[in-house]
Design a protein around this ligand. Structure first.
Ligand SMILES: [Zn+2]
Ligand SMILES: [Zn+2]
Length: 357
């Protein structure tokens, strides 16, 4: 293999992902960084894009721009620094690093006011050809506007690989502004929900309840510190949460199911003036009576997207052994086994699947 090529997974369209042996190896221009990828996790979003979900491929001008290397949950070692990149990002050759999943344009009003995660252009690694090629490859490039973080030696391979989802989870939990005397309900114990299930107890709420349809994931949530877990298959979740709170309802409700019933359940079990945090991406629209939000409960509805200003927090929590990859990273594959890895990532028996080049 020539030194100008590399092995990479390349997405050419929905369901059309090819393992290519001689993809173009990136080169670092001014301010840019090339890393040798150590690992790249498969996100639920990657699985949905692979399956051809409308949010990725719908409309005249689909959000995904192909051909593109997928993957935004990566880390690796710095192997090339473009002119000025070392000073710009505060890194040197050989450092173990990652970049935040968004490639900020650096020019829109959000980028210019520090709200870079809401960048109007919104290029996310792994979804836009040329400008945001992802991590399912031997090498990848960070643009000069990327937000790069150093990963300390104390973090394991598995921990480093889940900094990105943990940062999303930390931002979501932070949006809930949990207080000591709050009863917090987390709906959804998928990969991101289980990350949140580790972070919520660090806020020491009075009671922390997790709701999911899968008993194994609920058991993991209890290991992480959930006081109570409920399975809607057998538990009357709304009645139980109301009973536990003197009929008022929970103070904070974090929605991470991706299913419309996760929203309607939350609007019913949350107390008046409660804080409802929405994290999910939905496959279909949710219909609710909006008078619950205003007239009946005066709710505080808060969205959550990406993990802004949360990466350093998560890295520190890992260093202090307050977070773990145990129970999150369940499977690891070689890049060559992409098809098997993608199939496993779509199964309930896996939580987080990693691809290691
Ligand atoms: Zn993701
Ligand atoms: Zn921008």
């Amino acid at each position: 293999m020539s030194t100008n090529t590399m092995k990479a997974v390349v997405c050419h369209g929905p369901g059309d992902y090819r393992l290519e042996q001689a993809a173009a190896k990136p080169k670092a221009g001014p301010g840019e960084v090339v890393i040798k990828v150590a690992s790249c996790g498969i996100c639920a979003g990657d699985v949905k894009a692979h399956h051809g979900a409308d949010m990725f491929w719908g409309g005249e001008s689909p959000w995904v721009k192909v051909p593109v290397v997928p993957g935004h949950e990566f880390f690796g070692d710095v192997v090339e620094l473009g002119e000025g990149a070392a000073e710009l990002h505060g890194i040197k050759m050989g450092d173990r690093v990652l970049a935040e999943q968004i490639v900020p344009c650096g020019r829109c009003k959000f980028c210019r006011s520090g709200k870079y995660w809401m960048c109007e252009v919104h290029n996310i690694f792994g979804f836009q050809t040329q400008v945001a090629e992802g991590g399912m490859a031997e090498y990848m490039k960070f643009a000069s506007t990327c937000i790069v973080h150093k990963i300390p030696a104390g973090l394991s391979h598995e921990e480093a690989a889940i900094i990105e989802p943990m940062a999303c989870a930390a931002h979501t939990v932070r949006r809930g502004e949990i207080e000591f005397d709050d009863v917090v309900v987390l709906a959804g114990a998928g990969p991101l929900g289980l990350c949140m299930a580790q972070i919520i107890p660090l806020k020491t709420p009075r009671k922390f309840i997790v709701i999911d349809m899968d008993d194994e994931r609920l058991a993991t949530a209890r290991e992480y510190g959930a006081d109570l877990t409920l399975n809607p298959k057998r538990d009357d979740t709304i009645r139980i949460v109301k009973e536990l709170t003197g009929g008022y309802g929970c103070d904070v409700y974090i929605e991470a199911t991706g299913h419309p019933s996760g929203v309607t359940q939350g609007l019913e079990m949350i107390r008046k003036l409660g804080r409802f945090v929405e994290f999910s991406v939905f496959g279909s629209p949710t219909t609710v009576d909006w008078s619950v939000i205003g007239d009946r409960k005066e709710l505080d509805i808060r969205g959550s997207h990406l993990g802004p200003y949360a990466y350093e927090i998560v890295i520190d929590l890992f260093e202090r052994k307050k977070l773990t990859a145990k129970g999150i990273v369940t499977h690891q594959y070689k890049l060559d086994e992409f098809d098997a890895a993608m199939e496993m990532a779509g199964k309930l028996e896996s939580v987080k699947v990693l691809l290691n080049p």
